[in-house]
Design a protein around this ligand. Structure first.
Ligand code: FE2
Ligand code: FE2
Length: 158
């Protein structure tokens, strides 16, 4: 997965991830650390296996790794993070050897990762993997979290 490592090492990803990691150091709610990004990647890959989807592991992992890359811009400039993320992901993916088709598919999935019910498998499943990654049933900040009850994972899903 050479292209995925190129994404992780890309200066834009490094900058955005580093700033976000520092900004979230004292956050009591879910963070958007590498642990979250890789949880999403692994769940997305499992969903792909279960659904028999013909997408490369690299595309699935890249979508997950980049889905929250716009979080820092949301905090500092107010741009919705799916919009900022899709734009930043485009710049990164093209530099890392992803085709225009792969880049467009990943950008679309990032753009819709906060909405349920998309028709496209990658869009729908990135949303699902993102939500499934959160262990709300074991969260110490549950009482203060503003996620709607129907969005929370109140038991282990498998
Ligand atoms: Fe997000
Ligand atoms: Fe996320």
């Amino acid at each position: 997965m050479k292209r995925l490592e190129a994404v992780r090492c890309h200066p834009i990803f490094q900058r955005e991830y580093g700033q976000l990691w520092a900004a979230e150091a004292d956050r009591q709610f879910c963070r958007h650390s590498m642990e979250h990004l890789l949880d999403v990647a692994r769940i997305l890959y499992i969903l792909g296996l279960e659904d028999g989807v013909d997408l490369s592991k690299e595309v699935l992992y890249a979508a997950a790794l980049l889905h929250d890359v716009g979080r820092q811009e949301q905090s500092t400039a107010g741009t919705p993070h799916e919009v900022a993320g899709a734009r930043l992901a485009g710049e990164i993916l093209r530099d890392c050897g992803f085709s225009e088709t792969e880049t467009a598919a990943i950008q679309q999935a990032i753009l819709s990762h906060r909405k349920t019910g998309a028709e496209d498998w990658l869009c729908r499943s990135l949303y699902r993997a993102d939500k499934a990654s959160r262990a709300c049933y074991a969260c110490p900040a549950a009482a203060d979290c503003n996620w709607l009850p129907e969005k929370k994972n109140l038991q282990i899903a498998y």
